[in-house]
Design a protein around this ligand. Structure first.
Ligand SMILES: [Zn+2]
Length: 190
């Protein structure tokens, strides 16, 4: 009987924990870009744009990235979310700020940053500004393969710049890529 109670307790606690984890500050949804102003994030490896998710190669358990804003409405608070969780809120206008990322925010893979302004600075209210960008956490690898074309490039090849981040796959060695069936690029000849 005691064992059964323990199992039920464990199940309830697990359920509560999983609910807490799944909860986002910014509800999941397909929000459209709106409002005025420009914002982007920058890491040591570049800046975000419509197609680019700059890379972070964590050397520490905390990493600082830059956030630049132009022409934002400084009368409204800007709420900054990482993967749907509120990181901080600040007044952005023509502003350069820094954001500190840590924990799950530095897990390998793609992450989303959303900058949102609301009517009366009330996050339960209507959005007046919405911007979304991405960053990527991973290793800085010397070779980059294109998942679509199956071509392998030097990381510095001009073809890599034109490549969508989602099509990129990093390799530490050329041999690894060739074993995976990648063919070398004619331009950079890795
Ligand atoms: Zn190339």
């Amino acid at each position: 009987m005691k064992k059964l109670v323990a199992i039920i307790c464990a199940a309830v606690i697990t359920l509560m924990l999983s609910c807490a984890c799944a909860e986002r500050d910014l509800p999941e949804g397909s929000y459209k870009e709106k409002g005025k102003g420009t914002v982007y994030i920058a890491t040591e490896n570049g800046a975000s744009s419509r197609r680019k998710a700059p890379l972070i190669c964590p050397e520490d358990d905390r990493e600082t990235i830059g956030l630049s804003a132009w022409d934002f409405d400084g009368n409204a608070l800007s709420f900054i979310y990482v993967d749907g969780m509120l990181l901080e809120s600040m007044r952005l206008e023509n502003t350069y700020a820094s954001l500190t990322l840590q924990g799950v925010q530095l897990a390998d893979g793609f992450h989303t940053i959303e900058v949102v302004q609301y009517t009366n600075d009330d996050p339960s209210g209507e959005m007046i500004t919405y911007r979304q960008m991405e960053y990527q956490v991973g290793e800085n690898t010397p070779y980059i393969g294109n998942k679509n074309t199956r071509k392998l490039h030097e990381a510095s090849c001009s073809s890599v710049e034109d490549m969508k981040d989602r099509n990129k796959v990093g390799f530490a060695t050329k041999e690894e890529a060739l074993e995976d069936g990648y063919e070398t690029c004619q331009r950079c000849n890795p």
